[in-house]
Design a protein around this ligand. Sequence first.
Ligand code: G3P
Ligand code: MG
Length: 238
Amino acid sequence: MTLNFAHRGSLTEAPENTIPAFQKALDYGAKAIELDVQLSKDNHLVISHDHHFRRFNSNITGNIKDYMLDEIRQIDVGSGFGEKFAGTTLPTLEEVLDITPSSILLNIEIKNIPVIYDGIEKILLETLTRHNRIDNLIISSFDHVALKRVQEINPDIPLGMLFYYRILNAWDYAKNSGLHISSIHPNQVYTDQTFVEECKKLGYKVYPYTVSDQERYEELLGFGVDGVFSNSPGIFGE
Ligand code: G3P
Ligand code: MG
């Protein structure tokens, strides 16, 4: 069975990584959702791909880490997407957990690049434990040291190893990393038949990102991927 992740929610329909975007993804029948976490100044988990607000609100020049959660709750990130989203703000992880049934596979991506959030892994795992949301979960990151810290806190959480560039024999790197990797999340641009086969020989699931083109999606399925991250409701809502 392929498991396609709604990438940052349904980002073609609503401002990415916001409650309306996640709600849309659920409405489309997504079985899996991906989101990105960052930390506010007062150490709340804030859902955002960027470490700043500039892409959605050019009036705000500071970074997420510079603002208290109460201040972040005042920052509109929706108007730029469309008038009907005016007043939409970045949600906390807890707010997303509240609307996401436990039957949905959640992929939480720790954004530790370029801003390093000291202690984000511990805060994340404490939050998930408090919400009883340790199951049906993948924690991923481009920062493989962050994955190591997650594993040290809880060795049972499935870890997703993200790669931005093509690295030589990424599957061997994963195997030798000392991490209990359950899935490899390569840039779809570099995903080919050999990549998928070698990863799968070692027992890793393969979820390339980000695939919104139907033709490429079918090609990747032909390589044997287990799913993809997609911006297209037609793919993640299948
Ligand atoms: O987790 C898959 C994908 O989201 C990784 O890239 O930059 O969209 O967070 P990015
Ligand atoms: Mg992401």
